[in-house]
Design a protein around this ligand. Structure first.
Ligand SMILES: [Zn+2]
Length: 73
């Protein structure tokens, strides 16, 4: 089987899915905590302000550097 020039052409396609924009939520929302009157940002996806939102894992999206000389004893 011979490899012709046409066989070496790679055809690309766009990634599936739609282009995502920043999700904006309704403006004028207030924190769900009954004693709190903090108006939430339109970018806040939760129902709580930063003081009352439930604990959730924070995923750091940055490369980690290896520490030199650190070893578990
Ligand atoms: Zn609050």
């Amino acid at each position: 089987m011979s490899v012709s020039r046409r066989d070496r052409v790679f055809k690309g396609s766009l990634a599936p899915g739609e282009i995502k924009t920043n999700r904006v939520h309704e403006s004028g929302r207030v924190c769900a905590d009954t004693r709190c009157e903090t108006v939430l940002s339109v970018y806040n996806a939760t129902g709580w302000c930063w003081q009352h939102e439930r604990p959730h894992p924070y995923i750091l999206q940055a490369p980690r550097r290896k520490r030199r000389g650190s070893r578990a004893a």
